[in-house]
Write a protein that binds this ligand. Structure first.
Ligand code: SF4
Length: 712
């Protein structure tokens, strides 16, 4: 007898539509309060303008919420979609799911692009997207069975809390002997008890005979999911071939997919070896360029950083083909077999750890001053099992550690814990506390913005210092790159619609290392093209990594190497081969521009989306403390002399800090001007009526909103 119980409380039988050119043209609506299940058609205009994936999510969410809706209102909706190319097994990186909801951290729409099989299986089961509204009165599982053509809402009791055991249990329960046919989405106790919860999306690893998972990490999506009382989503689908997605031109698809896969197999071993070491190679590269966050983004390098780099993970990762979707030849989703945690509920038990990836290593390692790989692996494991975003966990603990070192908080506030940088036992204890919703960890689990309020209100900590060193913008914690020496990347983070996450723009190397964009106009052009093109992957159900992490051998000799135009052309051919829509490379950017501007207006609807909301903490722009300045005196002195025409001799560090700060903050404001102009926005950062008309997003509600903000 199983030690858990699942009872069906609602069933909808449906007839599964045939997939046609990457779409099924309907979405699934589930309300867990009532409970209710319904199917909604997708009209042609929605399909043309929003494409799929994140575009569909945002449209569904926009229609579900009011400007007054809070993240924990029943009206808030969790939307999940793949995209027209999602579910193609022969083209690398074609199985992503995109999740959106109103974020508990930012109050606006957040989106996360995640691997695992859920999105493609959802589509093949008959739904381009699903939306979940309401709040369940008891633990709930939603089961979408594409084979039996039924959707069920089940009440659940006795299931494990942690996502590691829960996803294994539910895979076994629903598999009917075929575990590869199952994908599970779940959060965990940390998601329930913090604001920085993530979602775990599974796929079944046939070789290792276990459910593996990837995380939709950012913005507290898992927290919303847990707040709705949802224990898990489960989808069941049968086998997948190149035909399952019914591409318009199968021959053209096979040709372009073959070229792409062949190139990756040939070049990855010569370039980044992602099929062997994932994204861990980035640790030493970032460290060498002074870009690896250490000690709450104070510095960009550390002598011990190689302890966390690729040579270690080359030994730790369990070798194997590790694609988070079928047939992805980049195969970068590695893991560690038989890891034995030494703390927490899994202490002494052998577990499989999915990861770590670069962001987790930098966030939970170097940024905390922790250079012991086994602690990073343990933090990675527990964050996933508890449903916590490793990036927000890392950046939030780093902030608390710096506050502790500066004396803004002390052991009477932390419950006796020493939060000095490098204290690995404290970091682990904090994560266990976040999951339990107890102690000082519970406060850290509210994220940096809330911590700043709490520390000022309850501990009399200096708000001005915390405003400078609290690494959040729009309420979201920074992902793990240093931006001080790259104005373009300051824009990449500060102007990102959801908050400082690098998936929208990553321009540090182009700007800082290669100096490819010395003028404001060039930076603005890059801050137009790159966010648009990167957004396109999330409209289509794709992973961005194959685009520019492995590049053609002659790429460096092309006119614009950063764009990897040979690959952009392949993606264009791929899009047309699946959807039957003729397209040129510039059309991909145009598709994204409509959704991107719509999201900016969505921010406006929720009370954000203006110039003031694109602000950055000063630590992202320049050195905050004398210590930081003096760690790189030559660099900053030279800049003052060459860029500000200021003689540095005889000036104190405090004086030089002040002049540099004024200069850099003014540069960032000038960058905003240039970017808003390039994007067709007003000086307050709002899309103009002309812009929204040209993009086909001039819906009556959009025009009314613009008018209410003086744009007409
Ligand atoms: S490149 Fe890596 S993350 Fe992207 S789909 Fe392939 S295995 Fe997954």
């Amino acid at each position: 007898m199983p030690d858990y119980d699942l009872k069906i409380i609602k069933t909808l039988e449906y007839k599964r539509p045939e997939v046609d050119k990457g779409y099924v043209d309907q979405t699934l609506y589930v309300n867990v309060s009532e409970p209710a299940i319904a199917i909604k058609p997708v009209d042609q205009k929605t399909k043309k303008v929003f494409i799929g994936g994140k575009g569909y999510d945002l449209w569904l969410l926009w229609n579900a919420v009011e400007p007054t809706t809070h993240w924990n209102d029943p009206q808030n909706t969790v939307c999940i979609a793949s995209g027209p190319m999602g579910g193609t097994p022969i083209y690398p990186g074609s199985g992503k799911s995109i999740v959106s909801t109103l974020s508990p951290l930012t109050g606006a729409a957040i989106d996360s692009n995640v691997g695992g099989y859920f999105g493609p299986y959802l589509k093949f089961s008959g739904f381009d997207a699903m939306e979940i509204q309401g709040k369940a009165s008891e633990d709930t599982v939603i089961f979408i069975d594409g084979i039996q053509q039924q959707v069920q809402i089940l009440s659940a009791s006795g299931l494990p809390e942690n996502a590691y055991d829960l996803s294994t249990r539910l895979t076994e329960h629903f598999a009917a002997g075929k575990p590869r046919s199952i994908s599970v989405v779940s959060a965990g106790p940390g998601a329930k008890n913090s604001l920085i919860g993530c979602l775990n999306f599974t796929w079944y690893d046939v070789k290792r005979k276990r459910a593996r998972y990837k995380q939709a990490g950012r913005g507290g999506i898992g927290t919303v999911f847990a707040d709705k009382g949802i224990k898990a989503l489960v989808v069941r689908w049968d086998s997948v071939t190149a035909d399952t997605n019914k591409p318009a031109d199968k021959t053209a698809l096979k040709d372009v997919a073959k070229s792409y896969s062949r190139e990756i197999v040939e070049l990855d071993p010569k370039q980044n070896e992602m099929a062997r070491i994932g994204t861990t190679h980035l640790v030493t590269i970032m460290n060498d360029h002074d870009l690896l966050p250490t000690h709450n983004f104070r510095y960009g390098s550390h002598p011990q950083a190689p302890n966390l780099g690729q040579q270690v993970y080359r030994l730790l990762f369990d070798p194997g083909f590790d694609g988070c979707w079928m047939g992805c030849t980049v195969a970068c989703s590695h893991g560690i077999k038989d890891f034995v945690p030494f703390t927490g509920p899994f202490s002494g038990r052998k577990v499989f750890v999915d990861g770590p990836e670069y962001e987790t290593i930098a966030g939970c390692g170097s940024n905390l001053g922790i250079f012991d790989p086994s602690t990073v692996v343990e933090l990675n494991f527990y964050c996933d099992a508890y449903g916590l975003d490793t990036i927000s966990v890392g950046t939030s603990i780093a902030f608390a550690m710096e506050c502790f070192e500066l004396g803004l908080i002390n052991e009477t506030h932390t419950g006796g814990m020493d939060l000095s940088f490098g204290n690995r036992l404290s970091a682990l204890q904090l994560v266990h506390q976040m999951a339990a919703g107890e102690g000082f960890g519970h406060i850290i689990g509210q994220g940096v913005r809330k911590m700043k309020e709490i520390f000022a209100r309850d501990y009399a900590a200096d708000p001005a210092v915390m405003a400078d060193i609290g690494m959040e913008a729009k309420g979201l914690e920074f992902s793990e790159y240093m931006t001080k020496e790259s104005l373009a990347q300051q824009g990449g983070y500060g102007l990102a619609l959801k908050g400082p996450q690098h998936d929208e723009a990553w321009l540090i190397f182009l700007d800082m290392v290669h100096n490819f964009m010395p003028t404001f106009e060039q930076k603005a052009e890059a801050l137009h093209w790159f966010p648009m093109f990167r957004t396109w992957f999330s409209l289509c159900g794709l992973c961005k990594l194959p685009w520019n992490d492995i590049v053609p051998e002659d790429n460096k000799d092309t006119k614009e190497p950063a764009k990897v135009m040979k690959h952009v052309k392949w993606y264009t051919d791929y899009f047309s081969a699946v959807t039957g829509r003729p397209a040129a490379p510039e059309d991909l950017v145009k598709m994204s521009e409509a959704v991107y501007n719509f999201q900016r207006i969505f921010n406006l609807k929720m009370g954000f989306g203006r110039r003031q909301h694109d602000a950055l903490p000063y630590r992202a722009v320049g050195p905050v403390t004398e210590l930081e300045y003096e760690s790189r005196t030559e660099r900053y002195d030279t800049q003052l002399q060459e860029k500000c025409n200021v003689a540095t001799t005889g000036k104190t560090t405090a004086e030089k800090l002040g002049i540099l700060r004024e200069y850099r903050q003014a540069q960032y404001e000038k960058l905003k001007d240039a970017v808003y102009q390039r994007r067709g926005w007003t000086n307050d950062g709002i899309p103009t009526v002309e812009k929204v008309k040209s993009l086909g997003i001039d819906f009556p509600e959009v025009l009314e909103l613009l008018k209410a903000h003086g744009v007409q």
